[in-house]
Design a protein around this ligand. Structure first.
Ligand code: ZN
Length: 60
């Protein structure tokens, strides 16, 4: 089974927030093997830290 992660972001500048679900593989492909993932807000382009948590809810 592949581990899944929930990536939560909230932008301190414009207040938007979002959640995305990625597998461990997808995370490594996109962000490399780093402990901290930084994302760019799609509204205001600010760089923000993402909160990554293992997604234990396998209800898909
Ligand atoms: Zn923003």
């Amino acid at each position: 089974m592949t581990k899944k992660y929930r990536i939560k972001t909230s932008c301190p500048q414009c207040g938007c927030s979002g959640v995305s679900h990625l597998s461990e593989e997808e995370i490594k492909k996109r962000y490399g093997d780093v402990p901290n993932i930084e994302l760019e807000c799609h509204e205001c382009m600010m760089i923000m830290d993402a909160d990554v948590q293992e997604d234990t809810n396998a209800d898909e």
